[in-house]
Design a protein around this ligand. Structure first.
Ligand code: ADP
Ligand code: MG
Length: 358
C-alpha cells in the first residue's frame, strides 16, 4: 500500500458520512418523522415498499418549506434549527446538524412535495445525489411536506446485501413508529405497506396513551399499567420525568406473553427531551429494581419514561444517529426515578401479600 496522502473527493466523503447516519431504512424513517414533528405536524402518514428499501414516503401537515429554502434543503450542514454551536445548549428540536436529508439524498433518489403555510401553491422538487435541485414544478397540494425516497442504498451495494434480513427491518419500523406515537399524543400516525395495501400501524390524533401502548405491546396490558407520578429534582437537572410502568402481576403473569415473542427492546421505551434513545444505565437500574420483587422466571416489565433534563446538562451530539445521549448526574437521576418505581412496587407487593394471606 503506497503511503501517499490525498484528500478524498467530495462525493466520496459525503457517501462515507451518509453511511454512518443512515445505516438502514429505520434511521431514515426516524429522521423523517423527527423532521415532521419539528415542523409542527399533527398528522404523519408513512408508506413503504419492500420494507423501505424500494420506497419510503412520508406525508405531514406541518408548516411546509419555503421556496427560498429549496436550494439548501438537501445540502450538508444546512439547517434552520441552530445558528451557532452554543445553540446546542438549549436545543428544543430533534434536528440540528442538517445532515439527514443530504445523507438520504446521497444514497437514494429523493423527491419532495411541499406547500408552505403562507404560500398559495405547492411545489414538487427533485434532487440529485449531491443535493442540487434538478427539477421543480408547481402543483396543487395541502399544507405540509411529503418526502418520497426511492431505491435507498441503490449506490451502496454492500449495505444492500448486508441488510437482506428484511423481516427484522419491518418489525423495527413498526416499533419505531409505535414508540413515537406513545411519546407524541395529539399526533396521528399511520404506516401502510404498498405491495398489499396493508395498514401496519394506525393511531388517531385523539388516541389515548393507553391505546398507543396497547398498539405497541398488546391489548391485555391495559389492566397492569400504573402512572408514574411526576418525579423531579432541579438540582440534578431533572426537570420532569413522567411515564407509565407495569405492576408486578404483569411480570408474573406475562410469561404467557413470552410466547408472543415481545422483545425486551420493546419493553423499555425511553425519551429524553422528546428524543427516542437507548439508555443502558437507566435500563439496568430499572431491571434491578424490579428483580428485587420478582422470581427469576418472571418476564420483563414494560416501562415508558419521558425525561426532561436541563438541555445544558445533555450532550446530544455523541452519536451520528443521535441514538445515545450523555447527561450529567445520570446515576443520581436513575436512582431517583427508580426510588419512585420501587415505592410503587413496594406498596403493591404489600397489598398482594395481604391478599394472598386472606
Ligand atoms: P436538521 O433536521 O438537522 O435541521 P435535516 O437535513 O433533517 O436537518 O433537515 C434540513 C432542514 O429542512 C430542516 O432544518 C428544516 O428546515 C427543513 N425540513 C426538513 N423536513 C421538513 C419537514 N417535514 N417540514 C418542514 N421543514 C422540513
Ligand atoms: Mg432533521
Amino acid at each position: 500500500m503506497s503511503g501517499i496522502i490525498k484528500q478524498l473527493d467530495k462525493d466520496t466523503i459525503n457517501k462515507i458520512a451518509a453511511g454512518e447516519i443512515i445505516i438502514s431504512p429505520i434511521n431514515c424513517i426516524k429522521e423523517l418523522i423527527e423532521n415532521s414533528i419539528d415542523a409542527g405536524a399533527t398528522k404523519i402518514d408513512l408508506f413503504i415498499q419492500n420494507n423501505g428499501f424500494k420506497m419510503i414516503k412520508i406525508q405531514d401537515n406541518g408548516t411546509g418549506i419555503e421556496k427560498s429554502n429549496f436550494a439548501l434543503l438537501c445540502k450538508r450542514f444546512c439547517t434552520s434549527k441552530i445558528n451557532t454551536y452554543d445553540d446546542l445548549k438549549s436545543i428544543a428540536t430533534f434536528g440540528f446538524r442538517g445532515e439527514a436529508l443530504s445523507s438520504i439524498c446521497t444514497i437514494s433518489n429523493l423527491k419532495m412535495i411541499t406547500k408552505y403555510k403562507d404560500d398559495v401553491i405547492a411545489y414538487e422538487v427533485e434532487y440529485s445525489s449531491n443535493g442540487d435541485v434538478v427539477n421543480k414544478k408547481p402543483l396543487a397540494a395541502n399544507q405540509g411536506t411529503t418526502f418520497v425516497i426511492n431505491d435507498l442504498f441503490y449506490n451502496v451495494p454492500s449495505r444492500l446485501k448486508s441488510l437482506s434480513y428484511t423481516k427484522q427491518e419491518l418489525k423495527k419500523i413498526v416499533d419505531c413508529i409505535s414508540k413515537y406515537a406513545i411519546n407524541n399524543q395529539g399526533i396521528s400516525f399511520s404506516l401502510k405497506r404498498l405491495e398489499d395495501n396493508k395498514m401496519l400501524y394506525s393511531c388517531k390524533e385523539n388516541s389515548t396513551l393507553d391505546d398507543r401502548i396497547r398498539l405497541l405491546i398488546n391489548s391485555s396490558i391495559s389492566k397492569f399499567l400504573i402512572n408514574l407520578e411526576d418525579v423531579h429534582d432541579e438540582d440534578l437537572g431533572l426537570i420532569k420525568c413522567e411515564g407509565i410502568i407495569t405492576n408486578l402481576s404483569y411480570c408474573n403473569e406475562s410469561t404467557q406473553f413470552k410466547k408472543t415473542s415481545i422483545s425486551t427492546n420493546k419493553m423499555m421505551v425511553f425519551f429524553i427531551n422528546n428524543r427516542l434513545i437507548d439508555c443502558e444505565v437507566l435500563r439496568k437500574h430499572i431491571i434491578q429494581t424490579y428483580n428485587a420483587f420478582l422470581p427469576k422466571t418472571a418476564s420483563s416489565p414494560f416501562v415508558y419514561l419521558s425525561l426532561f433534563i436541563n438541555p445544558e446538562n445533555v450532550d446530544v451530539n455523541v452519536h451520528p444517529t443521535k441514538k445515545e445521549v450523555y447527561f450529567i448526574n445520570d446515576e443520581e437521576i436513575c436512582e431517583i426515578i427508580c426510588g419512585n418505581i420501587k415505592s410503587i412496587l413496594q406498596s403493591q407487593d404489600v397489598s398482594r401479600t395481604f391478599q394472598d394471606n386472606t
